[in-house]
Design a protein around this ligand. Structure first.
Ligand code: MLT
Length: 399
């Protein structure tokens, strides 16, 4: 028996596991410390009442032989996919079909699993800094030497530049906007350049828009399909985690348009084959919860929560600026990307913040080499703890 040696090419542990371990060790050594976690982007507001009501009803249906449900349809029930289709696409002028939407247990799984349907010798362009799942899952699939890093720095507002003419053309391009970790948003004009590039080179864009709900300005696209001709070059990954607080419930979806044809084969067919073989669907109760997000009350209630998190991000952004830090993001994103003071590395500043303020952030270098010198804070905490964290930061670091 041999192991998949690609796993040995990974960092010892997943970024957020390392952050948690260090936090636990600090807590054990300092039992008196009142630690505030602004590290992983995990929500803290309870699920909204419309979602809870729908789940209660679904539980009752499961208790009755006449309404009980077993395995769900492979791509998800029509009722939820229809709601997604209408609300997230048709009503926004984007033509898609029901069978182009695949419900799943979240965008993290999908963005990791989608690699199954691509050849291992594809080259893959990935931004740096980046959500570590893109890199790690490509390494697991044996594409370690196929990764082309797209460096993102403050000079370009953390937007990756297109590969220079004459340089290697990536087969697959990962893009994420609003961006995790930098909080940057992309304009339609900017994304159009990537769509044109991908179509011209027959590359595939994997567009992660898990944070689209944070966009409040119509000039920024929520979906890659707002860009003309994106359906022939892009898969879109979406999540209910940040939109509706489903981090613990688990639901997301992936859009694979029929227009995506590579090697004479529709990717939609391959993804259907992959999902129907390796995944048995999202529970009925969760699908009912997801449907309720699109009800009139559900929409109002999730917007209240989203405004709450946006306000937290604003409090962090303004607070760290007042403490003398340079900061990015925090406007159409729950994340604030903080430039750390000279003399620190991302990890040594993580320690400093933990020791001096008892606040946990995520070291920028955990998102890639270009993240060195930065630290990410999240707006998903409670208001009280966010305000407290910002006060401690201001007290400690203001000159
Ligand atoms: C993050 O903190 O980057 C996210 O919560 C991770 C995730 O969505 O899996």
């Amino acid at each position: 028996m041999k192991i998949n040696k690609n796993f040995l090419d990974l960092e010892e542990s997943y970024l957020f596991s390392t952050v948690n371990k260090k936090t636990r060790e600090f807590a054990a050594a300092h039992p008196e410390a009142d630690i505030i976690k602004l590290s992983i982007g995990d929500v803290t507001r309870p699920l909204c009442p419309a979602v809870i009501d729908a789940m209660h009803k679904a539980v009752d249906e499961m208790a009755d032989e006449k309404t009980f449900r077993g395995y769900p349809p492979e791509q998800g029930y029509d009722f939820v996919r229809q709601a997604i289709l209408e609300h997230d696409y048709l009503n926004r002028g984007i033509e898609l079909k029901l069978d182009e939407i695949f419900l799943s247990d979240g965008a993290k799984s999908d963005c990791g699993n989608i690699g199954d349907i691509f050849a291992t010798d594809n080259t893959v362009a990935i931004c740096d800094p980046v959500y570590p799942v893109y890199i790690d899952t490509n390494i697991m699939n044996g594409r370690k030497d196929k990764i082309i890093i797209l460096p993102c720095s403050a000079e370009t507002n953390f937007l990756p530049e297109l590969p220079a003419p004459g340089s290697a053309v990536p087969d697959i391009i990962y893009l994420c906007f609003p961006n995790n970790p930098t909080g940057t948003v992309a304009s339609k004009e900017y994304l159009k350049k990537w769509v044109d590039y991908a179509n011209a080179n027959h590359s595939l864009i994997l567009y992660d828009s898990a944070y689209e709900a944070f966009i409040t300005d119509g000039k920024y696209p929520k979906s890659i399909y707002e860009i003309e001709e994106a359906k022939s070059c892009a898969i879109e990954l979406r999540s209910f985690s940040k939109t509706a607080g489903f981090t613990g419930l688990r639901c997301g979806y992936t859009v694979v348009p029929h227009d995506l044809v590579f090697d004479g084969t529709e990717l939609n067919k391959l993804w259907f084959r992959r999902q129907s073989t390796k995944f048995n669907g999202v529970s009925y109760i969760t699908q009912k919860a997801a449907e309720a997000v699109y009800s009139i009350e559900g929409q109002k209630q999730i917007q209240d929560n989203l405004s709450f998190y946006r306000e937290n991000a604003k409090i962090i952004f303004e607070g760290v600026k007042a403490a003398g830090f340079k900061a990015f993001g925090g406007e159409y994103s729950p994340y604030v990307w903080l430039k750390i003071p000279e003399g620190f590395t991302s990890w040594s500043f993580f320690d400093e913040l933990l020791e001096k303020c008892n606040v946990v952030g995520t070291p920028g270098s955990g998102f890639g080499k270009m993240g060195e010198g930065y630290l990410r804070l999240t707006g998903f905490g409670s208001r009280e703890r966010t305000l407290e964290a910002v006060e401690r930061i201001k007290k400690t670091f203001s000159k």
